[in-house]
Design a protein around this ligand. Structure first.
Ligand code: PBG
Length: 301
């Protein structure tokens, strides 16, 4: 059996999909795993904010085309980059155990967020991170910065900005965990929907592929990610609306969800928390998330 996996070419995309494929290869040594690298429009257009060019879906569009026309059978995504609505016929069929979901401050010449000098510049194009930074430190000068993780690290090292904020999960997967200056608590910067988790996309009805992937699925992460994505779907996943959601399974076995939205310029924001019995399915979890998302939307508009 031959199975083609489509991936973006960024260092992070390659590192994370190859780590997944290495696990699959160990479980299924008889399968021939073939890598197909794809340049997405999100990768091609680097000079404009994502919200202006069509949103994060641009990182998955060309990959999904390969799944749909059969040139590839699976794709490993950062679930954070996958829009709420997935093309007809495709599905996220496997969600492996989550890496640390927190945001990380990388400030090579400073000790912490609190220790940045007044008016320090922080590079991020994420509205969610901008609102979190401004809440913690209204004096900071937040400047737009896109680009892959490695590009952004080069810019902060070169002194273009004093600090950047990245997902800790991406740094860990790149072997760059030592670059973190400070991990930001969810109370300071609530993680993006799905941050730190991967999602493997395939044809919904491709039972053979689903069976191959099943050993990697982590049901707890699956429920948490479904809940968070429910919040995003309720808020329409408009990338001009800063949104964050983070779900965990508590020590008592309950689902705890914290969610946040702001208006597009970040001047009004709302956070809410809910603890409920552990959902019995991902669709039930998604319903909980949508409910919280609608509730937040009603408060902000
Ligand atoms: N938007 C790009 C992106 N998509 C996923 C990750 C990190 C890995 C993850 O969240 O799983 C990143 C980089 C970042 O936010 O620093």
């Amino acid at each position: 059996m031959r199975l083609v996996y489509a991936t973006r070419k960024s260092l992070l995309a390659l590192a994370q999909c190859r780590a997944v494929i290495a696990r699959l290869r160990a479980i299924h040594p008889h399968v021939e795993w073939v890598e197909e690298q794809v340049v997405t429009s999100g990768d091609k257009i680097q000079d404009r904010p994502l919200a202006d060019i069509g949103g994060k879906g641009l990182f998955v569009k060309e990959i999904e085309e390969r799944l749909l026309d059969g040139r590839a059978q699976i794709a490993v995504h950062s679930i954070k980059d996958v829009p709420g609505v997935i093309p007809e016929g495709l599905a996220i069929v496997c969600v492996p155990a989550r890496e640390d979901p927190r945001d990380a401050l990388v400030a090579p010449r400073h000790a912490s967020l609190a220790a940045l000098p007044p008016g320090a510049t922080v590079g991020t194009s994420s509205l969610r991170r901008l609102v979190a930074l401004k809440n913690a430190r209204p004096d900071l000068n937040v400047v737009p910065m896109r680009g892959n993780v490695d590009t952004r690290l080069r810019k902060v090292d070169a002194g273009e900005v004093d600090a950047i904020v990245l997902a800790n999960a991406g740094l860990i997967r790149l072997g760059l965990g030592a670059r973190v200056t400070e991990l930001l608590a969810p109370e300071v910067s609530l993680p993006a929907v799905g941050q730190g988790a991967l999602g493997i996309e395939a044809h919904e009805g491709d039972e053979a592929t689903r069976a191959l992937l099943a050993p990697l699925h982590d049901p707890v992460t699956g429920i948490c990610v479904a809940t968070e994505r429910g919040v995003m779907i309720a808020v329409e996943g408009d990338c001009r609306t800063p949104i964050a959601a983070h779900a965990i399974r508590t020590a008592e076995g309950a689902l705890h969800l914290r969610a946040f939205i702001a208006n597009p310029d970040g001047t009004h924001c709302r956070t809410t928390e809910r603890t409920i019995p552990w959902p019995s399915s991902e669709s039930e979890a998604a319903g909980v998330g949508r409910d919280v998302g609608h509730h937040l939307l009603a408060q902000i508009s």
